[in-house]
Design a binder for this molecule. Structure first.
Ligand code: URP
Ligand code: ZN
Ligand code: ZN
Ligand code: ZN
Length: 509
C-alpha cells in the first residue's frame, strides 16, 4: 500500500511531516470558479488563520501569502459526510478505519468533515460519548457526533438532555433492525421521538423491519443459502419500505422531523416522497453505494469478493440505483452520505459459513466526492451548485452548523477543495488511503479530480500527497432546533385547536 502520510504511531510510513510552506496561515486561491449552493462566480478566496476572510475578484496580498492557482477549476466547500462509523465495535469486531486513517482517506477525497455515530456503552450515553471522545483524539479533520439510542429508561432520557445541552449533539439514531443487538421496538421509538422533539434534536432511523429480517435470515439458512447472496435475499426492499413508512407515520403522529439514513430502495424513497409531498418534514439520505452499485457483486462466486458488498440495508438490484439518483436530482432526497463502515477480508471471513456473521459495511469516505460528481454532474443530472448542496451545504443546514460549514463565504471555516473538472480519477485498492484491503469501487474511473484539499485553513492534500497531523481535527458542537423545527410549534397549536373546535361545538349543542 502506498499510504504516504504523517502519522503518530498508527503504523503508516512517515513521509511528509511537519509544517511546510503550504501550511502557511495565509492562503490566496486565485481565479477559480467559486461554487456555493446558492450561486457560482469567478472570484479569489483569501484565508487567514483557518477562516475565509474574503471572497471577491482580484484580491491583492503581500508576499507572505501562499498562492494557489485555481483558474479553470472549481473552488467548493469541502465535503461533509453525514454518516460514518470509524472505530466502531460492531458484530464482534471493530471497523478497520479509526479516526485518523478514516479521516486521512476522507481528506484525500475532498471531504473535510464527517459526523460519526456514537454507540452507547451498556446503554449509557455519557459513557459512550466519553469512549468516542478518546477514539477521536487522533483526528486530523473536523468531526461531529450523532448518538445511537439502544434502550430506554429514565437515565437514557436524562442523558439525551445532557448530550444536547452540554455535549453538542443534536441528532439521535434509532435502529429498527439488528435484532438482539442495536434494535429498538416501536414503543421505544415513540418515546425517543417525543424526547427528540422536546430537545430540538433530529431523530434518525435505520429503517428495516428487524423482526422480519430475522425471519428472512432463518428462511435462507433453512434453504441452505449461507453465502453473501443470502444477505440480500433475507432482507428484501419491502422490509425497508415497511419500516420507512412506519417511522414516517410515527414521526407524523408525534409531529417531529425525521431523517432516514441510508435510503437504499425505491420502496423507501417513495415513502419519503409521499410524506414530503404531504408537507411532512422528512429528510432522505442515499449513500454512495446505493447510488452507484447494484447487487451483482453479492453473487460473485468468490466469497471475499461477494462479502465486501454486504451492508444493511442491502445494495439492491439494478434499477434502484438510477431511481435514487433521479430522486436526488429532483430534491426528493436531500444529501449524500457514505455509511463508511469498512471491514477487511479477515473480518468479512467471520461469515464464511453463514452470511449472518459477515460484518455489515462498505467503504466510501474517500470515494464519495468523486463518484457523486461523476454520477450526478458529469451525467448532466445536476449542476455544480446542486453538487455543493448535496455533498456539503444541506448537511451543514440540517445539523445546524451553516454557514460556519458548507459555504465559501467570509467568516466560514476554510474547509475548501480545488476541483479540476477536466482531470480524471481512478479508484484502486492499491492506492486508496483507507486501511481496508478491499474497495467496493475498485477499478472505477471517471471525470473530475480533487486536486487540493484545505482543512481548517491548512493544505492537507496536494499533488496526490497527504500532509495530515493527528490531533489537528476539532470537535464541532451542533446546536439543537435546526431549521427543520421551524413551524413545529405552530403545527402543534393548530392540531390542538382542531381537536378543541369539535369538542366546543359538541358541548354547545
Ligand atoms: O451495514 C451497515 N450499514 N453498517 C453500519 C451500521 C449501520 O447500519 O449504519
Ligand atoms: Zn509525522
Ligand atoms: Zn444503519
Ligand atoms: Zn451506518
Amino acid at each position: 500500500q502506498s499510504n504516504q502520510f504523517c502519522d503518530a504511531g498508527t503504523g503508516y510510513s512517515e513521509s511528509t511531516c511537519g509544517v511546510s510552506s503550504a501550511s502557511s496561515s495565509k492562503l490566496l486561491i486565485k481565479g477559480g470558479t467559486v461554487v456555493n449552493a446558492h450561486q457560482q462566480e469567478i472570484a479569489d478566496v483569501y484565508v487567514e488563520d483557518g477562516i475565509i476572510v474574503a471572497v471577491k475578484p482580484n484580491i491583492k496580498v503581500g508576499d507572505d501569502v501562499t498562492l494557489l492557482d485555481a483558474s479553470g477549476k472549481y473552488v467548493m466547500p469541502g465535503g461533509i459526510d453525514p454518516h460514518t462509523h470509524l472505530a466502531m465495535e460492531f458484530m464482534g469486531t471493530e471497523t478497520i478505519d479509526d479516526f485518523f486513517s478514516g479521516q486521512a482517506a476522507a481528506l484525500a477525497g475532498g471531504t473535510t468533515m464527517h459526523i460519526d455515530f456514537v454507540i452507547p456503552v451498556n446503554g449509557s450515553l455519557v459513557a459512550g460519548f466519553e469512549a468516542y471522545e478518546k477514539k477521536a483524539k487522533k483526528s486530523c479533520m473536523d468531526y461531529g457526533f450523532h448518538m445511537a439510542i439502544t434502550k430506554w429508561d429514565e437515565s437514557v432520557s436524562r442523558e439525551m438532555e445532557i448530550m444536547v445541552k452540554e455535549k453538542g449533539i443534536n441528532s439521535f439514531k434509532f435502529f429498527m433492525a439488528y435484532k438482539g443487538a442495536l434494535m429498538i421496538n416501536d414503543e421505544l421509538l415513540l418515546q425517543g421521538l417525543r424526547r427528540c422533539k422536546l430537545l430540538g434534536a433530529l431523530a434518525m432511523v435505520h429503517a428495516e423491519n428487524g423482526d422480519a429480517v430475522f425471519e428472512g435470515q432463518k428462511r435462507m439458512i433453512e434453504l441452505g443459502i449461507t453465502g453473501p447472496e443470502g444477505h440480500a435475499l433475507s432482507r428484501p426492499a419491502v422490509l425497508e419500505g415497511e419500516a420507512t413508512a412506519r417511522a414516517i407515520r410515527l414521526a407524523s403522529f408525534v409531529n417531529t422531523p425525521l431523517y432516514v439514513v441510508h435510503v437504499m430502495s425505491i420502496d423507501a424513497m417513495e415513502e419519503i416522497a409521499k410524506a414530503r409531498k404531504s408537507g411532512q418534514k422528512v429528510i432522505g439520505e442515499p449513500v454512495v453505494s446505493g447510488l452507484v452499485l447494484d447487487d451483482s457483486g453479492l453473487w460473485d462466486p468468490d466469497f471475499i469478493t461477494a462479502a465486501k458488498y454486504v451492508m444493511s440495508p442491502p445494495i439492491r438490484e439494478s434499477g434502484h440505483d438510477k431511481a435514487l439518483q433521479a430522486a436526488l436530482s429532483t430534491g426528493v432526497l436531500q444529501l449524500v452520505g457514505t455509511d463508511h463502515c469498512p471491514f477487511n477480508s479477515t473480518q468479512k471471513a467471520f461469515g464464511i459459513d453463514d452470511f449472518r456473521k459477515i460484518p455489515n459495511g462498505v467503504n466510501g469516505i474517500e470515494e464519495r466526492m468523486h463518484l457523486v460528481w461523476d454520477t450526478m454532474v458529469e451525467s448532466g443530472q445536476i449542476s455544480p451548485t446542486d453538487y455543493v448542496r448535496i455533498t456539503s451545504t444541506e448537511c451543514a443546514r440540517i445539523f445546524n452548523i451553516f454557514p460556519r460549514k458548507g459555504a465559501i463565504l467570509a467568516g466560514s471555516d476554510a474547509d475548501i477543495i480545488i476541483f479540476n473538472p477536466n482531470s480524471s480519477f481512478e479508484i484502486s485498492v492499491n492506492s486508496h488511503h483507507s486501511r481496508t484491503d478491499t474497495n467496493v469501487y475498485d477499478g472505477r474511473k471517471g471525470k473530475g479530480k480533487v486536486e487540493v484539499t484545505i482543512a481548517g485553513g491548512r493544505v492537507v492534500w496536494q499533488d496526490d500527497e497527504l500532509k495530515v497531523v493527528p490531533g489537528s481535527g476539532r470537535y464541532i458542537e451542533m446546536p439543537p432546533f435546526s431549521y427543520l423545527f421551524n413551524g413545529v410549534d405552530k403545527a402543534d397549536a393548530k392540531y390542538l385547536s382542531s381537536l378543541q373546535a369539535p369538542v366546543k361545538r359538541f358541548l354547545a349543542s
